[in-house]
Design a protein around this ligand. Structure first.
Ligand code: HEC
Ligand code: HEC
Length: 339
């Protein structure tokens, strides 16, 4: 009996060791102890007319914060923002396929239901480092992994502009993800250890790279596997499915391949971004053209210059064709059987 007890004890101890090793070398302990984060600072970003203007440009036209943090009429081609919802958040579950319930919070300065009581650094940390005002790891559908590359000055402008929004009283529920995603996302946030300087925008291509990065084009235009990881060597290769009140569409291949947009010239790209039409073909409204149309000519030219430098990805995606299974991205999309 005693001997059996001893053996059992040894076996259990060994099992515990194996479990500790398995966790340490696989997912790590983050899922259990919460996200990596840094202490908050008390500084305040000074509001200047330049920052207000730059912040409005970034929030409304480049980073499309309001695509998620405002309500829209998603059935119209220009997906207009509904009155009194600017910054007040959105029930994101209109997009199918989330591992749980996802809500974009109210980030207007309303004291009770918005960001009125949050410090500038609480906002700043959430935007670039993915930790909410109350210390939660944010679901990376909020594109903080892209915004991480936003310069300190651009970040300051975004926060200054958010502070200037009219407060809207609207309580959004808190995001509730299913197990184990609710634990696993705690491994995603990474504190920024160093300042993010102004980007190198000395050539249109370099300027375009910064813009495309913080605009989050890849979040929709790079296909993903079943775990939400971008597919290797498919950067901006299209085929990501967006199913909601706007219909069911796949994102386009915007690399300079024959199956992508190698036939585009600057005029066609500018037309797509400014009007939501490619010649006579209407782009679906989930493509963010209605926000991007407010970009400057210089920025639109820079974006196109950068897209032309991308590695061509061979992937035929065409929403005007019947959806069929695609063995390249393992989704069902228009023209999939031609891959
Ligand atoms: C693709 C949709 C999307 C875009 C674009 C987006 N957000 Fe979010 N944001 C979310 C969602 C969803 C959450 C909540 C995630 C969660 O609860 O886990 C969130 C959370 C936040 C939070 C955290 C609030 C808190 O509780 O502390 C802030 C701040 C924020 N977003 C600001 C911004 C700003 C500023 C931009 C643009 C620069 C932006 N977001 C762009 C979807 C988005
Ligand atoms: C919210 C998701 C989303 C984001 C973000 C997004 N796109 Fe798109 N985009 C789409 C979808 C979906 C389509 C396909 C629309 C259709 O076929 O009707 C598309 C189509 C396009 C097209 C038209 C290609 C063609 O078929 O001729 C261009 C060009 C484009 N996107 C460029 C961009 C650029 C540049 C960015 C970043 C600045 C961007 N998109 C960000 C979803 C998105």
């Amino acid at each position: 009996m005693n001997k059996l007890g001893k053996t059992l004890g040894v076996v259990l101890a060994l099992l515990a060791l194996v479990l500790v090793a398995a966790i340490t070398f696989t997912i790590g302990w983050r899922p259990f102890i919460g996200p990596r984060t840094r202490p908050l600072t008390v500084g305040k970003f000074v509001s200047t007319p330049e920052r207000l203007a730059r912040g409005e440009y970034l929030v409304q036209h480049l980073c499309d914060c309001m695509g998620c943090h405002a309500e829209h009429d998603w059935t119209a081609h220009d997906a207009p923002i509904l009155p009194n919802t600017l910054g007040a958040g959105q029930d994101m579950n209109l997009l199918k396929g989330f591992p749980g319930k996802v809500y974009a919070p109210n980030i207007t300065p309303d004291i009770e239901t918005g960001a009125g009581h949050w410090s500038d650094d609480q906002l700043a940390r959430a935007i670039r480092e993915g930790v909410s005002h109350d210390g939660r790891a944010l679901f990376p559908f909020m594109p903080y992994l892209d915004f991480r590359h936003m310069s300190d000055e651009d970040l300051a402008s975004v926060v200054v502009y958010l502070r200037s929004l009219p407060p809207v009283r609207k309580q959004q529920p808190t995001t509730q993800l299913i197990f184990p995603v609710n634990y696993l996302i705690r491994t995603v946030p990474e504190p920024l250890e160093a300042p993010v300087p102004e980007p190198d925008i000395s050539t249109p291509e370099k300027r375009g790279k910064y813009l495309v990065t913080i605009a989050g084009c890849t979040d929709c235009h790079t296909p993903q596997d079943a775990h939400g990881q971008p597919l290797a060597d498919m950067d901006l290769g299209g085929g990501f499915i967006l199913d909601g009140p706007w219909g069911r569409v796949a994102s386009a291949n915007i690399t300079p391949d024959q199956s992508g947009i190698s036939y585009y010239d600057q005029a066609l790209f500018t037309q797509a971004i400014r009007t939501g039409f490619v010649a006579a073909r209407k782009l679906n409204q989930i493509m963010t053209w209605h926000a991007y149309r407010g970009m400057t000519d210089e920025d639109i030219v820079a974006m196109f210059a950068y897209l032309k430098t991308l590695k061509p990805v061979r992937h035929h995606v065409d929403n005007t064709e019947t959806p069929t299974f695609c063995k390249v991205c393992r989704q069902t999309h228009g023209g999939g059987n031609q891959n």
